[in-house]
Design a protein around this ligand. Structure first.
Ligand code: ADP
Ligand code: MG
Length: 684
């Protein structure tokens, strides 16, 4: 028997390993199993070169759990090690690797928690003792057993072992006995070893017998040794990709498309990415991209490796070139990782463009599920934006799809205003904005549907890129004003009349904490609606955007200001005007006369003040002016009150406002009920 001391600088390396790596103890099994896989592959390589004569066709790794002995054993029939190799690889190399690793990160415990590659020595995170029983493939080798109890001392003995290969026996420590659960081990194997390239056996296949699950004689293989991404795209059918998706995410909804990545220069990368259906509300995607390194699962948090918007995708990326044993921040600055990121970015755009070109109909049918993803990419990745402009789709209210270029051609002639801006009309909710959509269509305009949460942001971006194009929501103004082709509008009402009608209609506007109303006048033609409600484009967009960001902003809290546009040429407006004259005619005339009188007096006094210093103006004049002004305010107040009172009692005015509210989906509850009753009364 030989005893010795491992070449360690620190006497207490094991406590450090245990302490630093506590967060992810599961990975010890990944490390030990992947070493076993490596060992069998090395032997296969030797056999293929004729340097090993034995049989390698039955290469496999067997994981055994012995709850009585409290051990987990990982056995392989791989290359094995001679005593010298154990000395070299286990005592020196592996340990020095561990040492170096800890040295590098001793000041930054967080950097190593989670992702690392301590390899063989990670077995000490869960074991009080580890045995390595190994027999080299070299002819006439003597099997040896290395044993270490977690101190830097080890023993090395000659033992009997029939077959070539290695058994790693981990004596699980008391505090880690959770790893002696069958379900725990299956769970870890399923997570990390599902796609390893050599069969990994754990237990037996089970079957149902007399209402219970029992073992059969058949070995249970936990992995698929040739997952879809390792095959050539030409050898795979659509169904194969779908099956693989189900294997990755048994609960997932069927994906829309897939992309098979296959790069060997300037770095190695394979993988399959899937486009999931993304709901309009941008729900968090639970099925994350899984990152593999030579078929060994590493992580499913790929932030920093793929562009942020692509984290919405599902699937697998496998690359031996992504440095895994480093911290996240290092990963993000790694030049290989950057290249990989931009490559995937390009591939995804190319693939989408391809599908668009090959089968536009299919692409259009999936657009609604894809658009959030594409819009997100366009907003966050300039390069993707440039590529996406070729296949980005605009959908109109008729359900027709256009590329940016096609749409530009469609509306250019008819929707360019007097300032040479092309106006892209859109609706965020065709049902709610129905009257406006109809009005625009009747006028021969086309209306887009831009109804998802990212649309307001995308609109801003597009307007920045194309300064001669503007997006205008259909209900932001009356149809005549959406696209202003000339400046002339004929005046039907006098200034005075408008001033008087304004409080009349203001009085019948609903009081609401979310909205405030401003009365405005416009000529919408005798056959147009008597009154329409429009929402200010700027204000509304700001509100929409702040809502998408969680609603915590200045615009989110402000009441939305709506314009109540009175159609100056509509007969009903004339009717209200006439009713007002009839009811208030005399009184108003008197009031108005009085008001003008006061105004004249004020004007005279103001004129007299001109050019004089304050102390030169007689005190009496000053007092007179103050009292006149006060009277003026009072008179105006009275006038407004009169008009307001009249408005409140005028059913036609109320009915007109309610109709406009109704068209905007703003008339609800008790108000709606009153409206219905009043309508019945009016037609009686
Ligand atoms: P790495 O796998 O990165 O080389 P490890 O610490 O996991 O580092 O392993 C150290 C070395 O020990 C390996 O490179 C290999 O030479 C040897 N080794 C570990 N496990 C086995 C095994 N099951 N069969 C043969 N050699 C092994
Ligand atoms: Mg290893």
């Amino acid at each position: 028997m030989q005893t010795g001391k491992i070449g360690v600088t620190s006497e207490n390396l094991f406590p450090i390993i245990k302490k630093f790596l506590y967060s992810d103890h599961d990975i010890f099994l990944r490390e030990i199993v992947s070493n076993a896989v490596d060992a069998t592959q090395k032997l296969k390589t030797l056999a293929s070169k004729g340097e090993y004569k034995g049989d390698v066709s039955n290469a496999k790794v067997v994981v055994k759990l012995d709850t009585d002995a409290k051990t987990i054993t990982v056995s392989d029939n791989g290359i094995g090690m001679t005593a010298e190799e154990v000395e070299k690889y286990i005592n020196q190399i592996a340990f020095s690797g561990a040492n170096e690793f800890l040295d590098k990160y001793k000041d930054d415990a967080n950097a190593i928690i989670g992702h690392f590659g301590l390899g063989f020595y990670s077995s000490f995170m869960v074991s009080e003792k580890v045995d390595v029983i190994t027999k080299s493939h070299k002819e006439g080798s003597q099997a040896v057993k290395w044993s270490c109890n977690g101190s830097p001392e080890f023993t090395l003995d000659e033992v009997e072992k029939e077959d070539v290969g290695t058994d790693i026996v981990m004596h699980i420590s008391e505090e880690e006995k959770g790893f002696l659960e069958d379900s725990k081990i299956s769970g870890i194997l399923d997570k990390y070893c599902k796609f390893l390239s050599v069969p990994v056996i754990y237990g037996k296949e089970k079957e149902w017998k007399d209402g219970a699950q029992v073992d059969t004689d058949k070995d249970h293989q936990v992995n698929d040794v040739a997952p879809a991404w390792t095959k050539m795209p030409a050898d795979l059918k659509d169904e194969d990709y779908k099956n693989f998706y189900r294997k990755l995410y048994p609960m997932g909804e069927e994906p829309l498309f897939n992309i098979h990545l296959n790069v060997d220069y300037p770095f190695n990368l394979t993988g399959i990415l899937y486009f999931p259906k993304i709901k309009n509300n941008f729900e968090v995607q639970k099925n994350k991209i899984q990152l593999y390194c030579n078929q060994v699962f590493v992580t499913d948090s790929v932030e920093g490796i793929v562009p942020e918007f692509l984290t919405l995708l599902h699937g697998v990326i496998d690359s031996p070139d992504i440095p895994l044993n480093v911290s996240r921040s290092y990963l993000q600055s790694d030049s290989n990782v950057k290249k990989i990121s931009s490559h995937i970015n390009k591939k995804v755009a190319d693939r989408l463009h391809q599908i668009f070109k090959d089968n536009r109909e299919d692409f259009e049918s999936k657009w609604d599920d894809l658009k959030i993803f594409i819009e997100y990419g366009m907003l966050t990745e300039e390069k993707f934006y440039d590529r996406a402009m070729k296949f980005f789709m605009l959908k109109n209210t008729e359900g027709k799809y256009f590329t940016w270029e096609e749409y530009e051609k469609l509306v250019k002639d008819n929707q360019t205003d007097k300032d040479k801006n092309t106006i892209y009309l859109y609706s965020t909710n065709v049902e709610e904005q129905f009257t406006f959509v109809e009005a625009a269509k009747n006028k021969g305009y086309d209306v887009l549907v831009l109804d998802d949460v990212l649309a307001p942001h995308l609109i801003n971006k597009l307007e920045q890129k194309y300064t001669d194009k503007r997006f205008v929501r259909v209900d932001s103004d009356v149809v005549e004003n959406l696209i202003k082709k000339d400046d002339t509008t004929k005046e039907e009402l006098t200034w005075e009349q408008k001033q008087e009608l304004s409080p009349v209609f203001q009085a019948v506007c609903p009081e609401d904490k979310d909205y405030s109303f401003i009365v405005d006048f416009q000529d919408l033609g005798e056959t147009g609606s008597p009154m329409v409600i429009t929402r200010n484009e700027f204000m509304r967009r700001m509100k929409d955007m702040s809502a998408a960001q969680g609603g915590m902003s200045m615009y989110g809290d402000m009441p939305e200001s709506l314009s109540l546009v009175v159609n100056t040429t509509h007969p009903l407006v004339k009717k209200v005007l006439d009713a007002k004259d009839k009811k208030l005619g005399k009184k108003l005339e008197e009031l108005t006369a009085e008001l003008t009188g006061k105004k004249d007096e004020i004007a005279v006094l103001e004129k007299a003040k001109e050019g004089k210093k304050d102390e030169e103006v007689p005190v009496a004049d000053k007092e007179k002016l103050d009292s006149l002004n006060a009277e003026l305010v009072k008179l105006e107040e009275t006038k407004r009150e009169q008009l307001s009172d009249f408005g409140k009692k005028n059913k036609v005015a109320k009915q007109m406002v309610d109709l406009a509210l109704l068209a905007n989906g703003l008339l609800k509850g008790a108000d709606l009920d009153k409206f219905v009753k009043r309508s019945v009364e009016l037609i009686k």
